[in-house]
Design a protein around this ligand. Structure first.
Ligand SMILES: Cc1cc2nc3c(=O)[nH]c(=O)nc-3n(C[C@H](O)[C@H](O)[C@H](O)COP(=O)(O)OP(=O)(O)OC[C@H]3O[C@@H](n4cnc5c(N)ncnc54)[C@H](O)[C@@H]3O)c2cc1C
Length: 356
């Protein structure tokens, strides 16, 4: 079993984590990635937030997925000699009395991860706010800007990485093997993110793509070691003093480009929120590979058992990718069952439809 060879398409956070677990299981693999500069993995803040939405709901499978993600990124970081993940808290500035009320109500129900801020006054030096702050912890930042290139460099040194666009016309899938140009393997696994919605094997899956943007700012006076949230998120991004500010959710879009409207509204929000000076360094946009049911797509194609997928990470690639990458490898190597809500077997009928 362990001698399986896998072609992996895509090295975003999904392909990175999937290939990591392949390496842990001594599976032979090669990644093909076309190094898109505006992929969501290169645009994301890398935030892992244990709660979500206006009603501060605990995220899906938090008790399993979050500790698993922390452990995995630490292990990858240790191997690569980088800090792949940092644990920190989120200072949640209530934007209005209703959000405060909602937070307090959750607290009164003993909801995990949330509390009221204790030493709030110092925040006054840096921020304008009227309705107090809550604390969400632990939260994490995955340092994708360091992690993805470091893993890629490692794979290049092991001849396991090809920079090229995968061309489906050159893929041959037979019952027991796959061949891409001169590479013969047992399986091909697509971690192709938003391109998955046009992948001939998986395009029928219910993707619900949405575009998101972020502005990168330099704000050297803002205290580091925290993530700040008030209608938008300000997260440490790579170097000290650099912050990621975002985001939005655009469901109808004609391109993957940044919009003037987002830049203007983000600048307005920052001007009224921050008391310290800042400078805009960059404006990014990317399309999220989200799904209608807000659950990932993991597993092997019902008709082509040697064609797999790890995709549909939506807004939560950093937390979901480690656990589901590991599950998919366990499934391939030991036939262990996949989490039902994530397993693409739930879409077997759609995927088995005859195509024109
Ligand atoms: C503005 C914004 C903010 C976000 N913030 C967060 C956050 O804070 N925390 C979080 O967890 N998630 C966040 N997300 C979501 C997160 O970015 C995604 O869930 C995640 O990046 C998806 O990763 P992926 O590897 O599945 O896909 P991708 O990042 O799209 O990676 C796919 C890779 O495959 C390659 N590829 C595709 N097709 C081909 C082909 N034919 N040939 C060769 N290579 C190919 C691409 O170049 C790319 O490298 C954010 C997204 C956006 C847009």
């Amino acid at each position: 079993m362990d001698s399986k060879k896998i072609i992996i398409v895509g090295q975003g956070v999904s392909g990175t984590l999937f290939s990591w677990f392949c390496a842990q299981h001594n599976l032979d693999f090669i990644i093909i990635d076309n190094a898109l500069t505006n992929s969501p993995s290169k645009t994301a803040a890398g935030l892992i937030n244990p709660v979500t939405g206006r009603r501060v709901v605990t995220v899906w499978m938090d008790d399993i997925i979050l500790p698993f993600a922390e452990k995995t990124y630490k292990e990858i970081g240790a191997q690569l000699g980088i800090e792949a993940i940092s644990k920190m808290n989120i200072v949640d500035f209530f934007p209005n009395p209703f959000m405060k009320e909602s937070f307090l109500k959750k607290m009164s129900l003993q909801a995990p991860y949330i509390s009221l801020a204790k030493d709030e006054p110092y925040l006054n030096e840096y921020f304008n706010y009227e309705f107090g702050t809550g604390i969400i912890e632990p939260a994490y930042i995955v340092h994708l800007q360091q992690l993805l290139p470091a893993w890629r460099k490692h794979l290049l040194s092991e001849n396991k990485f090809i920079e090229q666009s995968f061309n489906f016309n050159r893929l041959q899938v037979s019952d027991h093997s796959v061949q891409y140009e001169n590479i013969v393997a047992d399986l091909v696994v697509f971690c192709d993110g938003v391109e998955g919605s046009e992948n001939p094997y998986f395009h029928l899956l219910p993707f619900a793509l949405n575009k998101g943007e972020a502005i990168i700012i330099e704000a050297p006076e803002l205290p580091v070691g925290h993530i700040y949230k008030k209608s938008m998120t300000l997260a440490p991004f790579g170097e000290p003093g650099i912050f990621w500010a975002g985001t939005n959710y655009i469901w109808e879009f004609d391109d993957h480009l940044p919009t003037e409207a987002f830049r203007k509204s983000t600048e307005q929000n920052l001007n009224s929120w921050l008391k310290v000076p800042y400078k805009i360094l960059d404006h990014k946009a990317a399309v999220r590979p989200a799904t209608v049911e807000r659950r990932p797509f993991v597993g092997l194609h019902p008709l082509y058992k040697n064609v797999g997928i790890l995709n549909g990470m939506g807004t939560k690639g950093c937390s979901l990718a480690p656990y589901f990458a590991s599950q998919l490898v366990q499934h391939i190597v030991h036939q262990q069952p996949l989490e039902k809500e994530a397993d693409i077997a739930r879409h077997a009928r759609i995927l088995s439809r005859p195509q024109a």
